[in-house]
Design a protein around this ligand. Sequence first.
Ligand code: NZQ
Ligand code: ZN
Length: 388
Amino acid sequence: MNGNFTYYNPTKLYFGEDSLQYLHKELKNYGPTVMLSYGGGSIKRNGIYDAVVAILKEEGKTIVEDAGVMPNPTVEKLYEGARKAREHNVDLILAVGGGSTIDYAKGVSVSAWCEEDPWEKYYNRMEEASCKVIPVGSVLTMVGTGSEMNGGSVISNHQLGVKVGKVFGAYAFPKFTILNPRFTFTVPQYQMVAGFFDIMSHILEQYFSDTDDNTSDYLSEGLMRSLIHSSRIAVKNPQDYEARSNIMWTATWALNTLIAKGKRTDWEVHMIGHAISSVTDATHGMTLASVSLPYYRHILHDGLPKFVRFAREVWNVCADGKSDEQIALEGLSTMEGWMKELGLVLHSSELGVTETNIPAIADATFLLDGGYRTLTREEVIAILSESM
Ligand code: NZQ
Ligand code: ZN
């Protein structure tokens, strides 16, 4: 490991079937007004809303309702939430939902008291907050993004045709997160498996970069093995508590900054995935699933030793009598088999990608230089065409 780094993660986690009870304790740390942010209504149907509201009331809080955070939250919704948070002078934003709701809550937390246009400041100029930041707490209901323990906030701007991920510093991480695996049991199968692949992709984005011997990569291999094992159980029986709880914990560690420490990271699959969503509004994890195999086959020779290690350590590919290229390709085809078992979308055409909109998607793709190869626009177009 050659890098220099600071590791600091201030999010307090409460994990398990009884974890919601700790909301009582946490709420005592904040003032009287709580903005309750949530999505399209799933928490009302599965009872989580009632349970959270009962605790807020028992703690004497004034609730500012903030419903309707959509998947791939928009900048318009961010502006609306920021206005509301400021108008009510809220003391805490409690985000109850998946990555979209938590990402949005972080965006609101730094925007409410911001005197400039938050889109320009944070998502365009990529600056840090310089105003009062409202604390965020979260109750996670959908597993995948890692938003529950990081500073990520991904916002879509359809007018500009982009989806941008800003990573805020530790001051904007959720102060606390409640992780109850049972809360995820009602997630529809499509969203559930999309979340599983999102976790895999987060690990791959951090794993497929650099060539030195790094503890983070060993941690990544363990996380991937656990995810593969538990996802096979969960896809057959989504009510398997142990599998869902392992996956929830894996997701949090896959993107809470730990496995990126001391190394470079890639994130190009996410850049293409975000560009697909910016044009089609497709589900995040599925965009990643549809382009990952074409992307990794495209860059295989640029990072061959790591792809060989991946095949052997993560997918148990037997190396006897095979060339490095054969081993590496077998690793990816074994991953493809697992993706089919989960029922992931392997063709971007199923997400609304067409020959006609590929150029616009390529234009919306940010090209990064952290991985084994820096793509050109033409290569992005080739990968997207291959993904169809
Ligand atoms: O809107 P509701 O009613 O809550 O329904 C949601 C939504 O339709 C539903 N859902 C969530 N929990 C449920 C449930 N349905 C039934 N029962 C439950 N318990 O699932 C749907 C998807 O929810 P969403 O929050 O959009 O999913 P996800 O957690 O995958 O979040 C996706 C967003 O996070 C961003 C993505 O780009 C996307 O905008 N990401 C954030 C990251 C971060 N903060 O670090 C990193 C990721 O790479 C990702 O980019
Ligand atoms: Zn992701």
